[in-house]
Design a protein around this ligand. Structure first.
Ligand code: GLA
Length: 400
């Protein structure tokens, strides 16, 4: 889909051209899973696919939401912005507009708007289609609602980095309040701060980050889709967040901490017996191990030790399967088949889990073999067909 085709669709829907077009990407996380809401580090990359938003002002005092991917159309009065029932898709956008107003009291919707979204992140694949939609909306409407001159950033943000962090925080607040998922900040930060051919080593407590080059000689990042939709809002995700809080409370009786990610593997040996809830203990063990693996993986990548990076990815999957219990039969079938292929350096689930995608490092010469073997093993075990994409790592949110 080209932007000309999107403009044509906008014109057909609204009878005039869009005034502005914005884009924000989905993401794939290389390592550091379920660490973000535990104050830990993550290592995602923005993808070249994501969400586009076309907008034009209207004189009717309403927000009109259309999407090229969804049938349902919504029309909301600008003085009646509130969550819409029945998991309305427009909530991911409406919430951002509401949150901008609340975080920036001088922000004002100057008029109504006609909006058209288009997304090419496979839906329900755990590649952050919702974060892409949130961040693209936050980008567009901070610009529209801020009182600022042409040359400065909205709301007086001193630099792009700080502005982009704010876009991520708006998106995350929207996800909490309008979608009910108590997510961390990884997905929205990846969508906002992405950089072509780089991963983002992000500290989810301080929101400081470093862009680390991911130009791998003769190796590709391959995403495999289970086509078994993940159900991030099914409650299992929020359960994990609660179980981690329980672990923090119990550990704090012997060693006061704010986040599980503060614990080193040495600390863990001293505090683990303080966790009396066996489920909370497993969850915490994953987080402490994953934080250490993520730091080690980033160091390995910087030194060019890609084989070690791959081993850490595989260890991450095992921990997510056995201790965090967020993989499920489909993701396990994909990862376990991938581990058997000569030329695969590592493979793990990516994102929230419970379905969605795996991410694998695969040598160029092994890619066709990988697709054939993993695809057929997966179908034998699950009866489902997997899809494979070679990831292109792209830039973060932008106005086109
Ligand atoms: C989802 C959430 C993220 C993060 C991952 C797991 O993608 O939105 O905040 O917690 O799951 O790492």
């Amino acid at each position: 889909m080209t932007t000309q085709e999107m403009q044509a669709a906008f014109e057909e829907a609204y009878g005039r051209k869009a005034e502005k077009i914005f884009f924000s990407p989905g993401r794939v996380n290389l390592i550091g899973e379920h660490t973000d809401y535990n104050g830990g580090c993550v290592f995602p990359c923005a993808l070249s696919f994501g969400a586009w938003l076309l907008i034009a002002k209207n004189a009717d005092g309403v927000l009109r939401f259309r999407s090229m991917n969804m049938e349902q159309v919504y029309e909301i009065k600008i003085d009646a912005i509130a969550p819409q029932p029945n998991r309305a898709w427009c909530n991911y956008a409406l919430g951002c507009i509401d949150i901008i107003k609340r975080r920036h009291p001088d922000a004002e919707l100057q008029s109504g708007y006609d909006l058209l979204y288009y997304g090419n992140v496979p839906a329900g694949a755990g590649l952050s289609s919702s974060a892409a939609m949130e961040v693209v909306t936050a980008r567009a409407f901070t610009e529209e609602m801020a009182v600022c001159d042409q040359d400065s950033l909205p709301f007086g943000y001193p630099d792009e980095k700080a502005y982009r962090t704010e876009l991520a925080l708006i998106g995350q607040a929207c996800e909490h309040e309008y979608a009910g998922v108590m997510c961390g900040i990884m997905d929205q930060c990846a969508s906002a701060q992405g950089k072509k051919d780089h991963a983002i080593y992000l500290n989810c407590d301080t929101l400081e980050f470093e862009h680390v080059p991911v130009k791998l000689d003769g190796i590709k990042v391959v995403i495999s889709n289970t086509h078994s939709p993940h159900h991030l809002d099914s409650g299992a995700y929020n359960d994990r967040v609660r179980q981690c809080h329980t672990a923090v409370e119990q550990i704090s009786k012997v060693k006061p901490i704010k986040f599980l990610a503060e614990l080193s593997e040495e600390d863990w040996k001293e505090v683990e017996s303080a966790i009396t809830d066996p489920i909370a203990k497993k969850r915490a063990r994953h987080v402490v191990g994953e934080v250490a693996r993520t730091a080690a993986a980033v160091e390995a990548l910087k030194r060019g030790e890609i084989a070690y990076f791959g081993e850490l990815m595989t260890a991450s999957h095992v921990s997510l399967r056995d201790d965090y219990e967020v993989t499920g039969p489909e993701l396990d079938a994909l990862a376990e088949a991938a581990w058997q292929v000569d030329g695969v350096l590592g493979s793990r689930m990516t994102g929230g889990g419970f379905g969605g995608c795996t991410v694998s490092l695969v040598k160029d010469e092994a890619i066709e073999r990988f697709k054939a073997f993993v695809g057929s093993e997966y179908e034998k075990k699950t009866g489902l067909k997997a899809d494979f994409y070679v990831a292109e790592i792209g830039d973060g949110v932008m106005r086109l």
